[in-house]
Design a protein around this ligand. Structure first.
Ligand code: NAD
Length: 286
């Protein structure tokens, strides 16, 4: 066992979240395999890790030698096969149940039965994901926040069958990587997105209806409510496609129209305006 609680960790999906999760485990001593189906996504993920470690070194939080050693502990791969010796797998692929199901079935078939399979899903049922495996007791939600290296919270979500032992190990591992774990039960959106997404959606409705400009909406929430970021800037950071997917899960899972996604959000995603990651969302990042 390393400082991360798990010596060998695989992270599946090298996007916004996956690369941050990989960096965090590697920073606390774990050997990490970072897996993505797309080579360019993998390259981008590695570049993001290198840049982030460089910033930590510039600020004096780690030495340049530490940054190099941490980066060297992250091994990129384009095949799920490379997860086969991991003690913990954290899945961070796109927020689509069908894709996650397929990934979990493959992970279940190729990793040792003791391996814990965690998902970083923002809103999909842990129980449903777990049910596609033969180890529902060792499947759990490990919901990191963006940007992972900086944000303290990990929402630890127990599925219907998740065992106490799995939960204890994941809570301990979260603490070992410098995070504060909070336990939640498996309902759509858990706590974080059940509370956050209706606020973001309402901000998009305000924009669509011309209640105020995007800058005005964000300023009201920043200066009026002491939020560090306005909801529209935050949506851009999370990814507008991710926000839309989560709202759809809340809408169908809770059956309440108060979660219906704002048509402007749907239109922006259709246009490929996904926020910071695509260079354009409510704001321009070119
Ligand atoms: P992203 O689109 O930035 O990255 C997803 C990555 O998964 C892409 O690089 C894609 O190529 C890869 N991928 C797709 N299918 C794959 C497969 N079968 N095998 C391996 N890789 C595959 O998405 P993201 O924002 O990093 O979100 C990932 C997960 O984290 C989602 O479940 C999301 O809900 C959750 N999440 C996101 C945020 C956020 O702020 N973005 C916060 C918390 C949780």
């Amino acid at each position: 066992m390393s400082g991360a609680g798990f010596q060998r960790v695989a992270v599946v999906g090298a996007g916004t979240m996956g690369n941050g999760i990989a960096q965090t485990f590697a920073s606390f001593g774990a050997e990490v395999v970072l897996i993505d189906v797309l080579e360019p996504a993998l390259k981008k993920g590695l570049a993001t890790i290198e840049k982030s470690l460089g910033r930590f070194a510039e600020k004096g939080k780690i030495t340049p030698a530490d940054a190099k050693a941490i980066f060297a502990r992250v091994k990129p791969s384009t095949t799920l096969q490379d997860a086969k010796s991991a003690e913990l797998v954290v899945e961070a692929v796109v927020e689509k149940l069908e894709i996650k199901r397929k990934v979990f079935q493959e992970l279940d078939a190729l990793t040792p039965s003791a391996t814990i399979l965690a998902t970083n899903t923002s809103s999909i049922s842990i129980t449903e994901i777990a049910a596609t495996t033969k180890r529902a007791d060792r499947v759990i939600g490990m919901h990191f926040m963006n940007p992972v290296p900086l944000m303290a919270l990990v929402e630890v979500i127990r599925g219907q069958e998740t065992s106490d032992e799995t939960t204890h190990r994941v809570v301990a591992a979260s603490k070992a990587i410098g995070k504060t774990p909070v336990e939640a039960n498996d309902y759509p959106g858990f706590v974080s997105n059940r509370v956050l997404m209706p606020m973001i959606n309402e901000a998009v409705f305000c924009l669509m209806e011309g209640v105020a400009t995007k800058e005005a909406i964000d300023t009201v929430m920043k200066l009026g409510m002491n939020h560090p970021m306005g909801p529209l800037a935050l949506a851009d950071l999370i990814g507008l496609d991710v926000c839309l997917d989560i709202l759809r899960v809340l809408h169908s899972g809770l059956g309440d129209d108060k979660y219906r996604p704002c048509p402007l959000l749907v239109r922006m995603v259709a246009a490929g305006r996904l926020g910071k990651k695509s260079g354009k969302g409510f704001y321009d990042y070119a």
